[in-house]
Design a protein around this ligand. Structure first.
Ligand code: ADP
Ligand code: MG
Length: 240
């Protein structure tokens, strides 16, 4: 599980996380919504130790992410992260791109890494694109490749940061379908998203961030149909 305890994070004099408390148990699908600049991306980068924090602590399966003694590389193998865009290596095929981290970080044999890459690419619906170059893929296919690449490390947690935001509208559905598939398989996921319909369908809980504060967290039916926080009410009115 992921335990976030009174986490504060500043960039210079700007405090962007103002005391976040949140526990994400194994198997939960949590979506995070909120306006631009509310601290959603920062939360994800703090969870996998890409960013230091100023106060509080984050535990992943009991290991404190920001403790000096923590092996961050080992911890990050447990936590896959997918961003809006990932620049694949253009001179490597889709399969070779997915094999890279298991080869380098997990020191898998070529055969092992290849088997895993084929399995994960097939899983996200790219079994027919193994040997093409990334430049040949649509935006939606590229995002699914990025998801397969994260899955090839066999993570226990997946963090998704607006993975459909850069896509043409007609390509959003195929990526959301991949996220739905992972959710149905029991993957523990934190998804930052603007897709409210998706959030409502797939989430166990939805968290609303506003100006560095988690202003509300609730199951989707409660949060969307009976929002209590005035800022959340405003946010939902503006997005519908
Ligand atoms: P969100 O993902 O909700 O849009 P972010 O977590 O990206 O918000 O950003 C929260 C605030 O922190 C914003 O005001 C943003 O400008 C600022 N910020 C984010 N990353 C950095 C950085 N590396 N350096 C300085 N300020 C940053
Ligand atoms: Mg963001």
């Amino acid at each position: 599980m992921i335990e976030i305890e009174n986490v504060r994070k500043s960039f210079g004099s700007l405090e962007v996380l103002k005391g976040i408390d949140l526990t994400v148990p194994r198997g939960e699908v949590l979506t995070v919504i909120g306006g631009s600049g509310s601290g959603k991306s920062t939360l994800l980068t703090c969870i996998n130790g890409l960013e230091p924090i100023n106060a509080g602590r984050i535990l992943v399966d009991g290991t404190e992410v920001h403790a000096k003694t923590t092996n961050l590389n080992r911890l990050r193998q447990k936590i896959g992260i997918v961003f809006q865009q990932w620049n694949a290596f253009p001179h490597l095929t889709v399969k070779e791109n997915v094999m890279l981290a298991p080869r380098k970080v997990l020191r898998q044999s070529k055969a092992e890494a290849e088997e895993m890459a084929v399995r994960q690419l097939t899983h996200v619906g790219l079994g027919d694109k193994l040997d093409v170059y990334p430049g040949r893929l649509s935006g939606g296919q590229q995002q699914r490749m990025a998801i397969a690449r994260a899955l090839a490390m066999t993570p226990d947690y997946m963090l998704f940061d607006e993975v459909t935001s850069a896509l043409d509208p007609q390509l959003v559905g195929e990526v959301l379908d991949t996220l739905r598939l992972l959710a149905s398989e029991g993957m523990t996921m934190i998804c930052v998203t603007h897709e409210m319909k998706f959030a409502r369908e797939v989430s166990d809980r939805v968290a609303f961030f506003h100006k560095g504060v988690m202003a509300e967290i609730a199951p989707p039916a409660d949060l969307f149909d009976n929002p209590k926080d005035p800022e959340l009410q405003r946010f939902l009115a503006a997005t519908h």
